[in-house]
Design a protein around this ligand. Structure first.
Ligand code: AMP
Length: 302
């Protein structure tokens, strides 16, 4: 089992969906990622929070076994994100983004953290992603996530970091926006030309598509009757994906396919409730059971 390091946001989110509302709850790309990945391997979290960050949230992350030695508490306010969703839960509308302590954050990896073999650059300022990547010592696998906020605002830094990663995980709108290409397959191919050897396009309730050097792979989303809050689905997907690869220390095509299914499994649990509520009560046997349901879901020769 190999260790996994993530840099990304740890946030207080305020979210409105057609099914309810949550104010200043635990969120952030690195938080969802760490929770999901912690079911598979040892996770080390690199991020910053403000002095206002509730101690109970730190305890919750520690309870999941997440190493918080790389989480700095800085003077100022924690990163905040305010978002809302209409009945089309695939599309988040950002109402407000307050970088707060992230505006001055300079990540500095400990010597142990520099050697962690699996690295995930979760959604955060691409300049910070680059900073972490520069400090890492030849990781076995580097994956990256981003969003429209950075594709629009920090395109050059994003292209720079993208040139050095193995896997890009984005949603379909982000893939189109990044490649400036409306056709998703062409967009994914264009992204392969920017550096990564694998692109995983997350398509919300329509599943996930992987495009790699000569191969395609597709997994549907788990058919859910009740989705309360889609926030964090993408990050939990990435956590299941990277966690599964790190657990087996393998990155061959078969392992990548399995990892995409584990990503889909973790995303499906996350959306069942607001914030990290569902992942807090999740058990490993439930993950295994849903993985088996996925095998039944896509088997077409009985
Ligand atoms: P997801 O729904 O998986 O795409 O990610 C949602 C999470 O991303 C939320 O918990 C937010 O706190 C976090 N987030 C939103 N905008 C940003 C941003 N610009 N940079 C970093 N994290 C963000």
């Amino acid at each position: 089992m190999a260790d996994l390091l993530v840099v990304g946001s740890v946030a207080l989110d305020s979210v409105t969906t057609p099914f309810g509302q949550a104010t200043e709850v635990l969120g952030g790309s690195a938080t969802y990622f760490s929770y999901a990945a912690s079911f598979f391997t040892n996770v080390h979290l690199v991020a910053v929070v403000g002095e206002d960050f509730p101690k109970a949230h730190l305890a919750a992350l520690r309870d999941r076994g997440v190493d918080l030695s790389g989480l700095r508490v800085a003077r100022g306010q924690t990163f905040r994100w305010v978002g809302e969703y209409g009945f089309d839960l695939n599309e988040a509308k950002t109402v407000d983004t307050r970088l707060n302590v992230f505006a001055d954050f300079q990540p500095s990896l400990s010597s142990a953290h520099r050697k962690v073999p699996f690295l995930f650059l979760a959604n955060i300022d691409p300049e910070l992603q680059l900073e972490v990547l520069r400090q890492a010592e030849r990781p076995q696998l580097v994956a990256l996530d981003t969003m429209n906020f950075w594709i629009e605002g920090k395109r050059n830094a994003l292209l720079e970091v993208l040139a050095e990663v193995d896997v890009l995980l984005v949603n379909d709108a982000e893939a189109r926006q990044l490649a400036r290409q409306p056709n998703l397959i062409k967009a994914a191919r264009a992204i392969l030309g920017l550096g990564p050897r694998t692109v995983v396009v997350k398509r919300g309730e329509y599943g996930a598509l992987m495009v790699s050097d000569g191969s395609f792979f597709f997994v549907p989303a788990y058919p859910m009757e009740s989705v309360l809050d889609p926030t964090g689905a993408g990050d939990a997907f990435a956590g299941g994906f990277m966690g599964s690869l790190a657990q087996r220390e393998k990155t061959d095509p078969a392992s990548v396919r399995r990892a995409i299914v584990f990503g889909s499994v973790m995303a499906s649990f996350t959306v069942e409730d607001f914030s990290l509520t569902r992942l807090d009560s999740l058990r490993s046997d439930e993950i295994e059971r849903r993985y088996s349901s996925f095998q039944d879901l896509v088997r077409f020769e009985i």
